[in-house]
Write a protein that binds this ligand. Structure first.
Ligand code: ZN
Ligand code: ZN
Length: 276
């Protein structure tokens, strides 16, 4: 099996999405994708801590209803996967809410991502007070890596580790890179655990860096491969129709250079190999 794919996208069912899901799916079909996965944000951590802003809490009922309809409508024309991006949080109530949402809606796959430390999303640090990033890089990055390590132990099922290195996109340090040599113990520990558990490492093409085209970085992907990691997924992290499958060819070429030969697409517990 071979073809274009993208298994990390958001529609207006997520508070930061720009296009309705129907438009996202239709665009994916026009672009000729083999697999199109939608993975709306579930941010129960933020919700639990702040009681916040109801608009950030997804209407899961409406999302799954809408997405399952589209999945049926497009059967034969496009493989639509109905997923979810669960934003990991240390809070036990939030973790329980994720487990319950999983049981109730049975998404086709789950992306396990870390976005927040102490209730603040890392992307805020580039625009707001930047309090978190006033600490030295090694402290901030270590805290993030510990959080990612902890996220691997959640009790609900998940398939993909989302945008590993996410916060490097937003960190204001002159040198933002998360080098394997600087955090070898933590990074190796995470990769070995991903491999041991048979999970998929996401390769996210939404990079703010003109040089580094992916999150995780090329160096990190090389280390993952060296340790025996072979399962990778492609993620544009599109929040609009234009970005679906963005930089697919570029990212695929990079992965092939490292030695990867296939993408892994998760669907209902199955891992499908798609040749690069
Ligand atoms: Zn994310
Ligand atoms: Zn996302």
């Amino acid at each position: 099996m071979k073809g274009l794919l993208d298994v990390h996208t958001h529609s207006t069912h997520s508070s930061d999405g720009h296009a309705p899901l129907s438009e996202m799916v239709e665009t994916a079909r026009e672009k000729g994708l083999l697999f199109y996965g939608v993975s709306e944000h579930f941010e129960y951590g933020v919700y639990v801590h702040t009681g916040e802003i109801r608009e950030r809490k997804i209407d899961a009922e409406r999302y799954f209803h809408d997405a399952r309809h589209l999945q049926d409508d497009y059967a034969g024309a496009l493989n639509v996967l109905v997923g979810a991006e669960f934003s990991f949080d240390y809070d036990k109530t939030a973790l329980k809410m994720y487990a319950q949402a999983y049981e109730k809606y049975r998404p086709d796959y789950v992306i396990n991502s870390v976005h927040c430390i102490d209730d603040e999303d890392y992307y805020m640090f580039s625009t707001q007070a930047q309090s978190k990033f006033k600490q030295p890089k090694n402290v901030v990055y270590k805290q993030y890596l510990d959080c990612v390590r902890a996220s691997l132990d959640v009790e609900y099922p998940y398939d993909i580790i989302g945008h590993f290195g996410y916060m490097t996109r937003y960190a204001p340090y002159p040198d933002r890179e998360m080098r394997v040599s600087e955090f070898q113990t933590e990074i190796d520990g995470i990769f070995k655990e991903i491999i041991r558990r048979g999970k998929i490492l996401e390769v996210n093409s939404k990079s703010k860096d003109p040089v580094e085209i992916t999150v995780p970085s090329r160096e990190m992907l090389e280390r993952y491969f060296e340790l025996g990691g072979r399962k990778v997924s492609f993620a544009s992290d599109a929040h609009d129709t234009q970005s679906i499958c963005s930089r697919f060819a570029e990212v695929t070429a990079l992965l092939k250079e490292i030695g990867f030969t296939y993408y892994t697409v998760p669907c209902r517990g199955e891992h499908i190999k798609v040749e690069m």
